[in-house]
Write a protein that binds this ligand. Sequence first.
Ligand SMILES: Cc1cc2nc3c(=O)[nH]c(=O)nc-3n(C[C@H](O)[C@H](O)[C@H](O)COP(=O)(O)OP(=O)(O)OC[C@H]3O[C@@H](n4cnc5c(N)ncnc54)[C@H](O)[C@@H]3O)c2cc1C
Length: 496
Amino acid sequence: MEVVIIGAGMGGLFCGALLAKRGVRVTVLEKNGVSGGGLQTFARGGETFETGMHVAGGFNDGGILNSLCHYLGIMDRLKIRQSDMMLSITYADSGHTYDLPAGRDAFIAYLSGKFPHEKDNILRYVDAVFRVSHEEKLFYLESMSGVNDHSDEFFMPADAFIAKYISDPELRAVLASVNPLYAGIPGHSPAYIHIMISALFMENPCWFEGGSAQLADALKDIIEVADGRVLTCCEVASVRVEDMSVECVVDKNGREYRGDWYISDIHPASLFPLIEGKAFTSGYRARIESIPDTASAFKVYLRLKPGTIPFPCHPVSVVDSMENAWKMAQYEPGSWPHGVNCFFGQGKDGFASHLTAFCLMSFDEVREWENTRTGHRGEAYEAWKRERTDRVLALVEKRFPGIREADDDIFASSPLTFRDWMGTVRAGAYGLFKDSKDIASSLIPIRTKVKNLLLTGQNVNMHGIGGVPMTAIETIQTIFADDSVLQGIRETISNK
Ligand SMILES: Cc1cc2nc3c(=O)[nH]c(=O)nc-3n(C[C@H](O)[C@H](O)[C@H](O)COP(=O)(O)OP(=O)(O)OC[C@H]3O[C@@H](n4cnc5c(N)ncnc54)[C@H](O)[C@@H]3O)c2cc1C
């Protein structure tokens, strides 16, 4: 069997590696000069910066990523570092800081100490998080179930899920502090995404020492050792469909690639224009195109002077006020940003070497420059970027006074950077938005009407390290029409 995969992001590479492990010859086509998509890192002034993988989870013994990477034989290659806490969050107006510890029991004990009047509710909330997380069967290496097997809590809005258990408004805000990791919108973002991310990072907050590109490289090696290929600078320009089957995909240089199956790891809105021939109905296209994207991102990167900021071994979040806990992804124009997530690089002697300050941002903010290209966006754009950078740093300084003086070099990326890097249309940081108000319409099936074309990646189900690899397993099991991948992983673990 031969499989052609469009896009060497985390989804495409996990699919490729899982297939290669089963002896399938894989060709992965990537438009960028390096593979990895959101796993890619870049270097500047000797520092390595992440593009889209600052915090990870599930790499602990028994964790889903640990099990999957053991199955693929790459776990020992990965340099995973444990964070000393899940998140430290400061509210700038009150000055209150919460240091959320890693580990379920420590998390409960810490918050119960801070909010003694909510002790029982905190227990019930954390119990509910782990109970409902078990409904995502794949996450626990169990065979999948359909949408209808889920409880009401699974699909209810995330903010309503928190409010169901917790009464204190400040504690509600603290528990919602992971929502920038899924671009949460109150009343709409489904509880299951909040739950999976909370469970993942509460149990095992960690990061890739030296950068998450190591995971992309390890997956690429599995594919190549099995005689497959990961071809970079190889943008797919068309997907030829005949009789509702893909005949071949063609790259920008006119080279054709053929396989028995084709997997698309790119955004559906980027895939549709590539299709040549009768494939999707206009109704299907219209439905998918009507699903909004999650918010995009604006990031400020600082190289720090040696010995200036002690290295926090965990993410730090600064929010202007607890009232704005749910206003990171959706905000009034002019009031941006309500919150910033800070990720530090480890330098020498216990100090930080760099900082990435990450804020969600609406694509509308850059709409007027959407037809420009990198390096040629004009002075007005550069001035806008400087002004937005100042706003981000002003918020960061509420927690780290004087951080600007500690910086050696400072630069930023906007939603346009992400759009061009990932090859998407609207630069949603986490792909298509999943809406609890209309969950059936916002979940896209892996199978398409085109018989040998499957979808994978963050647009299909959940994004990030807790979602994309699971969808890859599901995609590959669709090809084999069984759950042999899951069985293989379970066997590897039991033989460990
Ligand atoms: C700023 C930011 C921070 C994030 N932080 C975290 C985090 O801390 N933890 C976490 O778990 N997740 C995080 N995420 C989410 C995570 O990065 C993504 O969910 C994940 O990387 C998506 O993988 P993917 O394979 O679905 O898509 P992508 O990584 O987007 O991969 C798609 C690939 O397809 C390629 N491509 C596009 N068009 C074509 C074409 N025509 N031909 C060939 N190739 C093409 C792209 O170049 C890209 O490499 C973050 C995302 C962003 C944007």
